[in-house]
Design a protein around this ligand. Sequence first.
Ligand SMILES: *Cc1c(COP(=O)(O)O)cnc(C)c1O
Length: 231
Amino acid sequence: MLKENLNQVCENIKKACERTGRKTEEVTLIAVSKTKPISMLEEAYMAGSRDFGENKVQEIMDKYLQLPPDTRWHMIGHLQRNKVKYIIDKVTLIHSVDSLRLAEEISRQAEKKQVHADILVEVNIAKEESKFGTSREESIQLVKNISKLPNISVKGLMTIAPFVTNPEDNRKYFRQIRELSVDIAKENIDNVTMSILSMGMTGDYMVAIEEGATMVRVGTGIFGERNTQGD
Ligand SMILES: *Cc1c(COP(=O)(O)O)cnc(C)c1O
C-alpha cells in the first residue's frame, strides 16, 4: 500500500518533470511523516525514501535515532527559538525560517555544536493570516541579514500555498516564489544561493514542479490521511 503510493508519487514527479523538460534528479521528494508511527517510516525507508519531513521538534528527536543514519531529516514546521538546540545537529535542512531572531538562534546553536546549518526562508506568498512566513517584500532584507551570520547559509525559499481543491489555483503563487528566488539570486549576496525551492504538497506538487520546485513535501499522498488535528 505505502509502497504503491510512493511509486505513484515518484511516477507523477517524473511525468511533471518530462512535461516541462526538467530532469527527475532535480526534484527531491520529502516524505512528510508527521504523526505517523516509526513502522511506516521504516516501510518508506525500505522502499527507498531517505528524506523525511517533520513539523515538531519532539517527533524528530523521537524518530531520528530509530531510522538508519543515512536518513535526512527536514524541519518543515514552525520552529520556536527555545527548541532550536534540540535539533540543530539532527536535521539536514530547516525549511521554516521566517525571522532574523530565529536565524540568530540557529546560528548561535550551530556555532556551539560546531555544525553548519542550511536553511530556507519561508515566504507567505498568498499573505494568508493563518500562515507563518515573511512577506515577499521583507524577504530580500531578511536573506541579506541572515547572510551575515556565522554557521548558517540560506539555500533557497519555502512556501506553503493555500489549501485549494484545484491545484491550478496555486500555480500563480508557485510562479511568484520562483520569480522572487530569481530576484534574490540576482543580488549576488555572499553565502547565499537560491538553489532550493521547497513548494508543493499532496494536492499540488505536480503544478509546483512544473513551476520549478526542487523539493516537494508529500505526506497524505504517501502515508494516507492523518487523523490528528493541528498540523
Ligand atoms: C503536513 C505538511 C505537508 C504535507 O501535507 P500533505 O497535504 O499531507 O502532503 C507539507 N508541508 C508542510 C509544511 C506540512 O506541515
